[in-house]
Design a binder for this molecule. Structure first.
Ligand code: ARG
Length: 469
């Protein structure tokens, strides 16, 4: 980046002294907002076409401007563009270069426009693309989860409450729980997209413009669904970005919880999954180690995304209408959020098919924890025992199991009958892990049959998110 302090500012007219060098560096945003160049150019091209459409520019002037802007896009993409901090931001850098390339006519582009409606438009165009990418990566992760759920529909694991073995569930069912949370995240992204996809251009600095602009025309050119109704609102608020950050924060909260499980499950103590060598790293000192760095880092990054949401909420809370320079601070938190959330989703989506499920240790853990105790109580209720009594009876049987080091299913009929004579030979149907999960055979239940049906429905439901395709 060049930082020639001497460059003429587009706003130099009313000034008599040059900007202080450090003020220039302090106020410049081009170092980070140059990543908006494609959207800035697209917005400018649409604006120029609109100006020609309403007769403010001639067709020839419009042609030169559009060609110039397209050439500049090429320069930027080939790394030939010289960004200048003296020109403050992406908008003025591109505009100055346009005039340098095509001469006087370049100076007409900014007619009926301000950087205030320009930057608001650029961010919305940028977020629109980014939300699409997020939605696609999220869908890829969901498809990975559905693949795992289908493959492991019969696989038994202990279900937990308080991280204590509660009841057996199927691994497929557990994966579907994550998929459901992510389905709501998809929905939140779709919602954020709907509110992002509204065009501020035409608001100009704050009050609108005296030129006979056609905002519907520009909106059609840029694929916006609607135009902002109020010019003051259009240039000031960033609630659409906050909506997206809130959706990202919730999504990261889900990924962080999921990460926590993967970290626990891949430990020697659980030994439920193997994350695959490609997604782990070793230790420089302990040769035996294989560390689940990816889920740990995803869990760790969640905090900074929450931080970015707080930054933007705080950024907006004291701003009087309309535009204030504070708003320039919206970009870095947004960019960092999108880069990181996209990265997390990408890694998780790649990791899903690589997860090796350790069926035996999971089954063994479910068996060890008296996970079918509720099934025995329900069995007694079906034989006419009131539930509270059944609870007490099973509690005693579990105590006996703890004392003798055995699961309920390993006790003889005679032994079990010591706790209740309502128990018969058929009790073993409910004491097995398979019997327990198969019995929860209703919509939303853990039975393998239900898991398979839920996978099919989830695949259908994903079709409701066209953004994600
Ligand atoms: N770099 C500025 C931003 O990010 C662009 C708009 C500046 N407008 C102004 N009147 N200073 O918000």
């Amino acid at each position: 980046m060049s930082d020639e302090h001497s460059i003429d500012k587009p706003w130099a007219g009313r000034f008599t002294a040059p900007t202080d060098a450090f003020v220039e560096a302090f106020t410049a945003s081009v170092g980070f907002d140059k990543r908006l160049y494609r959207h800035d150019i697209a917005g400018s091209i649409a604006h120029a076409r609109m100006l020609a459409h309403v007769g403010v520019l001639s067709e020839e002037e419009c042609r030169q401007i559009v060609e110039g802007l397209e050439a500049i896009r090429g320069e930027i993409e080939r790394g030939e563009f010289t960004w200048s901090a003296a020109l403050e931001d992406v908008h003025m850098n591109i505009e100055a270069r346009l005039t340098e390339r095509i001469g006087e006519v370049g100076k007409k582009l900014h007619t009926g426009r301000s950087r205030n409606d320009q930057v608001a438009t650029d961010i919305r165009l940028y977020l629109r693309d980014e939300i699409r990418e997020l939605a696609r990566e999220l869908r890829r992760l969901q498809e990975g989860l559905l693949g795992l759920a289908e493959r492991e529909a019969e696989t038994i694991m202990p279900g937990f409450t308080h991280l204590q073995t509660a009841q057996p569930v199927t691994f497929g069912h557990h994966m579907l729980a994550w998929c459901e949370m992510l389905m709501r995240d998809q929905d939140r992204l779709r919602d954020a997209h709907r509110r992002v996809n509204v065009m501020p251009l035409g608001a100009a600095a704050l009050a609108g413009t005296t030129y006979p602009i056609d905002r519907e025309f520009t909106a059609r050119e840029l694929g916006f669904e609607a135009v902002c109704e109020n010019s003051l609102d259009a240039v000031s608020d960033r609630d659409f970005a906050i909506d997206l950050l809130a959706a990202c924060a919730t999504l990261m909260m889900h990924l962080s919880r999921f990460s926590e499980e993967l970290v626990l499950w891949s430990s020697a103590q659980f030994d439920f999954v193997d994350l695959g060598d490609r997604f782990c790293t070793g230790s420089s000192i302990m040769p035996q180690k294989k560390n689940p760095d990816v889920p740990e880092l995803v869990r760790g990054k969640t905090g900074r995304i929450y931080g970015h949401l707080t930054s933007l909420l705080t950024l907006m809370k004291s701003q009087p209408l309309a535009y204030n320079k504070d708003n320039q601070e919206d970009k870095e938190p947004l960019f960092d959020t999108l880069d990181n959330v996209k990265g997390c989703l990408r890694l998780f989506a790649d990791m899903m098919p690589q997860i090796e499920v350790r069926r035996e240790p999971m089954r063994e853990a479910a068996r060890r924890g008296f996970s079918t105790a509720t099934d025995l109580a329900d069995y007694l209720v079906r034989k006419g025992v009131p539930f509270r009594d059944a609870h007490e009876i099973v509690g005693k049987a579990v105590r006996h199991g703890l004392d003798t080091g055995r699961d309920l299913s390993e006790m003889s009929l005679e032994e079990l009958r010591r706790f209740s004579d309502a128990i018969d030979e058929d009790v073993y149907n409910v004491l097995t892990l398979e019997g327990s999960v198969a019995a929860r055979d209703h919509l939303g239940g853990t039975a393998p049959k239900q898991v398979r049906a839920a996978v099919e429905r989830a695949r259908q439901r994903l079709e409701d998110f066209p953004l994600a395709r």
